[in-house]
Design a protein. Structure first.
Length: 392
């Protein structure tokens, strides 16, 4: 069938399955993933493998929008307002998970450094949607929630930066497997990261200028999409991080023109079908045959990431002298993982040689389903114990 038919099937399947699973209080993203798995080559085969491979441009577009939206959280004034303590917690809970996964994969399970670095970097990302759903549904209030909201807003930005650094180092290790110098490991990744940020900064300035000239919502939407696609295209062409570049576009705009909310809200009208397709395609491309091979790795990743999140959140809250409830329970609310992690796993598949790229992706997708199923329930329990959800 024509590719447009497959996209229609993907949208219908994703929306329908999410609607059904919402009756069981499960997040939409879980429904999209399961729908993709059902219609993909692993089960029914409605979407053949050749077709799913040709849909990567939708994934790249979705990642551009996700990174741009995350960049909007990097407003300097907002960062000053939330305080150093919240920033410290965010950095520690994200990077402790990265560090622990890296260490365990390399030294305990004997995996390659490149594979471990990429998988470890993905551990930093947290999905705010599932957590915020619980907070809103039960009208949770208190110091844990007050700390949680800015942490999840900034968390993915730290994760994307960690992933940009880790993948660049991993690519250097893969390309220079015969012999590596410290200069190559440090200098080349640093230059590539700076180059991606410079491209994003330049395009962000351009977008700031153009957005002031356009009055209509339709024109503004077209300009934002054009800027993001151009930014991602340039970064991909030169093997740079399109995520870092697009995140920098959003960060530049929100700092140069803090009152310009239109450039962010306009995109929200366009992204729903793109994001539904993105998550469902991720499920389509989930290779169940690899699950047996990555079984132990997957279990270890799921457990060690949670330990890292909880330990990092505890340390950050302890150092910053936050209330005891924040120290005890904040880490439990940071378990869900979805959108950004799935996107990063798709990039990882193209970064690492076979079979490591496919293994990273399968581990992350399988972990995502588990995190999204259990995460909201664990968040609810933690907030009840913290006294921030009042049950009748």
């Amino acid at each position: 069938m024509h590719m447009l038919f497959y996209i229609a099937v993907i949208l219908f399947a994703g929306m329908g399955t999410a609607k059904i699973l919402s009756k069981f209080k499960l997040p939409n993203v879980t429904g999209y993933l399961i729908a993709g798995l059902i219609i993909g080559p692993s089960l029914l085969g409605i979407i053949p493998k050749e077709a799913s491979d040709k849909l990567s441009i939708i994934s790249e577009a979705a990642l551009s929008f996700i990174a741009y939206s995350i960049g909007s959280e990097f407003n300097i004034e907002n960062l000053k307002r939330v305080g150093k303590g919240v920033i410290l917690i965010t950095v520690l809970e994200a990077l402790t998970a990265v560090f622990l996964v890296d260490i365990v994969m390399i030294f305990v399970l004997g995996q390659s450094v490149a594979f471990s670095l990429v998988l470890g970097a993905i551990a930093a990302a947290t999905a705010p949607a599932a957590t915020l759903m619980v907070v809103r549904q039960y009208k949770a209030k208190g110091p844990v929630v007050d700390t949680l909201l800015p942490v999840v807003a900034m968390d993915d930005a730290v994760g994307i930066m960690a992933f940009g650094v880790s993948t660049t180092i991993a690519q250097t290790l893969v390309k220079n497997s015969g012999g590596i110098s410290i200069a190559k490991i440090i200098l080349i990744p640093l230059l590539e990261i700076v180059a991606a940020l410079v491209i994003g900064f330049g395009m962000g300035i351009f977008l700031t200028y153009l957005s002031k000239k356009v009055k209509g919502e339709d024109g503004l939407l077209s300009i934002v999409i054009a800027i993001l696609f151009a930014t991602a295209g340039i970064a991909i062409r030169f093997n740079l991080s399109s995520l870092l570049a697009c995140m920098m576009v959003g960060a530049t705009l929100t700092n140069l023109d803090p009152n310009n909310k239109r450039a962010f809200t306009a995109v929200e009208r366009f992204t729903p079908p793109v994001l539904i397709s993105f998550f469902t395609i991720a499920g389509v491309q989930l290779d169940l045959s690899i699950l047996k091979e990555v079984g132990l790795l997957g279990i270890v990743y799921i457990v060690v990431r949670v330990v890292g999140k909880m330990l990092g959140a505890y340390l950050g809250a302890k150092i910053s002298d936050f209330p005891d409830t924040v120290q005890k329970y904040l880490g439990f609310t940071l378990i869900p993982q979805a959108g950004v992690a799935i996107g990063l796993s798709m990039i990882a598949q193209n970064t690492l040689p076979s079979p490591y790229g496919a293994q990273v992706r399968t581990i992350v997708l399988a972990a995502t389903v588990i995190y999204e199923l259990l995460g909201p329930m664990i968040t609810k329990t933690a907030l009840i114990k913290a006294g921030e959800i009042k049950l009748d």
